[in-house]
Design a protein. Structure first.
Length: 717
């Protein structure tokens, strides 16, 4: 423990100590200034008092001299009148002498001289007494006495002058002494203040130096550094806070390191491949699984190189992207590390080859089983209908036949749904858009469902506008969409309820809204509305596939579907399909010769609504497929003059290779189009690349000129 003044300073709080020191210094300086000023004032007052007394005494001596002269003049007067005059002169002299003696009090020399003057005057008075006869000798004695009195008067005047001179010198000495004393005291006070401040600085500097050194070590990574609390109270608290912070940082570092080790071990043990890229797209970190799934993605290489399996970033950020890579099927997703585009990206690559194989096996099984079930069910349904028409059946047997027929119809519907699911999953469902009057389709389906609605006493309201643009869609698939939506509304609406169908147009699309006053859906039901095999348990006998099929067909058209539902109020499904495009000038329309030729479009369903209206506008016959396998199959069954290929599809090289293998109907020319921005150079056989908005016009130009801008060759051929 620190002892002495410095230790005392270290135990004090800094702010109160400085405050007390400044207040004390101020008080000392004020006291010194007051004492110095007081001494100066006292010295001046003493000087003035001495001067006043000296001048008063000198004036009294002058009056005493005058009284003596008057009395001495009376010594020469004789006769009867001389006695009273002498008495009066003597009285005046005595009064003046008494006053002079009073004023001389305090100065022994002046008192002595005044008394000598009084004695000299008394002696002269005795010598000048009238009853005595004056001789020459007596006269000389009188003159001598008067001379002595005058000499005493001169001594008194000289004494007062000396007193004034002495007072001036004394005052000067006192003033000098007061100034020197004040200066010395001020210097001592300043020295004390400097000493106090130096002691305070000394008590602060060492703890601050230690704290700065410890902070530098902490910033350099030494989290074990601590300081010993010392110095004033505030610095001790700061030292304690620093130690607490260092302990927390050390603990946090330990926990972070432990979590990092856990995370590293977890990442290394994952079955998925993780690839971390920086903001420039360069691979910075991978786990061991990457070496098995995508060995070309190594730290330091560009993530989107020519051999990279990674899809475009925007696609992976939107959701899972499936990539075929050799004998592997990869599911790839991406997520940004931090806000914006400057934090890098983490890629997840999952080998779903087995899952994809099982999906294919399942789809094949469903398709095969459904196909195999369809023929016997058709036969059963036919024979049951024949049996129901027989007159030999009784009432009870006829009821049994009706039940069998109803169950058979349900099985047929289920088989048809399963076949649609299998074809949709395999990408074998194609849509052939044409200009369709949606109101006619709605009325047709409503007429077919009228008996079912009548059985439950449900009301159907159709509200088509007077001017409704035609939809650019496949009539068969649109009819299937409307049928499924109306069947769903009919199934989940209680008897006596109502179903409303509203048609409209907005922003280049035709809208179809199917509303009911049924039981409605919870938010959880709405989230799962378009999932496969999801069916509510509160009624209905559906398979849980209808809404999934509807959404898949809407997506194939490049449209959208939205559901809005409230429990106990009802549900509304709103479908948006591409509308009839605006008419183009006649000079841009395809000629009759070109109309006879067909364009093969291989592209994603998501961009169909951007390209297909232009093809219809120009009057080009076309067929849209969504995979390379479907394109190859289409080329085997039909002749195509031009192929428009989406450059954003997975394995676009494989698509062009499939077109080349699809003889004899392979296209004479291939045009790549992009929907994601610039017209970058294609990596597939050097085929030209155009924007999706220009693809239809490019195909028309090729058909008109009969030229071959590029042969659809795959790389390496």
């Amino acid at each position: 423990m620190s002892t002495g003044p410095r230790g005392a300073f270290r135990r004090l709080a800094l702010a109160p100590t400085l405050t007390l020191a400044l207040v004390g210094l101020t008080l000392v300086l004020a006291l010194i200034a007051a004492l110095g000023i007081g001494n100066l004032i006292a010295a001046r007052q003493d000087y003035e008092d001495a001067l006043a007394r000296s001048y008063e005494l000198e004036s009294a001596v002058s009056r005493l001299l005058a009284a003596g002269v008057i009395e001495e003049t009376g010594f020469r007067v004789t006769g009867r009148a001389a006695v009273p005059a002498r008495r009066r002169a003597r009285k005046v002299f005595q009064e003046q002498a008494s006053e002079a003696l009073t004023l001389a009090r305090g100065d022994p020399d002046s008192v002595r001289l005044v008394r000598e003057r009084i004695r000299a005057q008394s002696r002269a008075r005795r010598l000048a007494a009238p009853r005595r006869r004056r001789s020459a000798r007596a006269e000389r004695a009188l003159v001598q006495a008067i001379s002595v009195a005058r000499a005493v008067d001169d001594d008194l005047a000289a004494r007062q002058r000396r007193r004034r001179a002495s007072a001036r010198e004394t005052t000067r000495d006192k003033t000098r002494t007061a100034l020197v004393t004040a200066a010395g005291a001020g210097a001592l006070a300043l020295l004390g203040a400097v000493t106090l401040i130096a002691a305070l600085i000394a008590s602060i500097r060492r703890p601050l130096d230690e704290l700065v050194t410890a902070t530098q070590k902490l910033a350099a990574g030494d989290l074990t550094e601590r300081v010993e609390p010392s110095g004033p109270h505030e610095l001790r608290e700061l030292d304690s806070a620093f130690n607490a912070m260092a302990e927390q940082l050390e603990g946090a570092q330990t926990r972070i390191e432990a979590e990092r080790m856990k995370l590293s071990t977890t990442i290394e043990s994952l079955g998925d491949a993780l690839v971390v890229c920086d903001s420039a797209g360069v691979v910075s970190t991978i786990n061991s699984r990457v070496r098995e799934i995508a060995p070309e993605l190594q730290p330091g290489v560009y993530a989107h190189g020519r051999a990279s399996p990674l899809p475009p970033l925007d696609q992976a950020l939107r959701g899972e992207v499936t990539v075929e890579r050799g004998d592997r099927t990869l599911s790839i997703t991406a997520a940004r590390l931090g806000p914006g585009a400057g934090g890098g990206v983490v890629w997840t690559l999952r080998d779903i080859s087995e899952r994809a194989r099982l999906e294919r096996v399942k789809s094949d099984f469903v398709a095969t089983a459904s196909h195999e079930l369809r023929s016997p069910l058709t036969s059963i349904k036919g024979f049951v209908e024949l049996l129901g028409g027989s007159d030999a059946l009784g009432e009870r047997e006829r009821q049994f036949v009706d039940v069998i027929l109803l169950s058979t119809d349900r099985l047929v519907d289920l088989v048809n749904d399963l076949l649609d699911v299998a074809r949709l999953e395999a990408g074998k469902v194609e849509v052939h858009p044409r200009l369709v009057d949606l109101a006619d389709v709605v009325k047709e389906v409503a007429a077919l469902m009228a008996p079912r609605l009548a059985e439950k006493g449900q009301r159907l309201e159709i509200d088509p506008p007077e001017l409704l643009p035609r939809a650019l869609a496949d009539p068969v698939r649109v009819r299937q969409i409307v049928t499924n939506l109306m069947s769903n509304a009919h199934q989940y609406t209680d008897p006596g309820g109502s179903i409303a169908i509203t048609l409209g147009a907005r922003e280049g699309a035709v809208e179809l809204a199917v509303s009911d006053t049924g039981r409605g859906m919870t938010p959880e039901d709405v989230e799962q509305a378009f999932d496969r095999f999801v069916r509510r348990e509160d009624g209905g006998s559906g398979s849980g596939l209808g809404l999934w099929i509807v959404k898949s067909l809407v997506d194939l058209h490049g449209g959208s579907i939205h559901v809005d539902s409230t429990v106990g109020v009802g549900t509304t499904f709103t479908v948006r399909l591409p509308a009839q495009p605006a008419r183009v000038p006649d000079e841009l329309q395809a000629s009759e010769a070109i109309r006879a030729k067909c364009v093969l479009v291989v592209g994603r369903s998501a961009i169909r609504s951007r390209l297909e209206p232009a093809l219809v506008q120009l009057g080009l016959d076309h067929e849209w497929v969504t995979s390379g396998a479907a394109a190859t199959q289409a080329c085997r069954s039909r002749r195509f003059e031009v192929a428009l290929v989406d450059s954003g599809m997975r394995a676009v090289d494989g698509v062009l290779s499939g077109l080349d293998a699809g003889r004899p109907g392979r296209p004479a020319a291939a045009i790549l189009f992009t929907a994601d921005g610039g017209q970058e150079d294609a990596s597939a056989g050097g085929a030209p690349v155009v924007l999706v908005e220009e693809a239809a016009r490019a195909a028309l130009d090729v058909l008109r000129k009969g030229t071959q801008p590029a042969s659809p060759k795959a790389p390496g051929k």
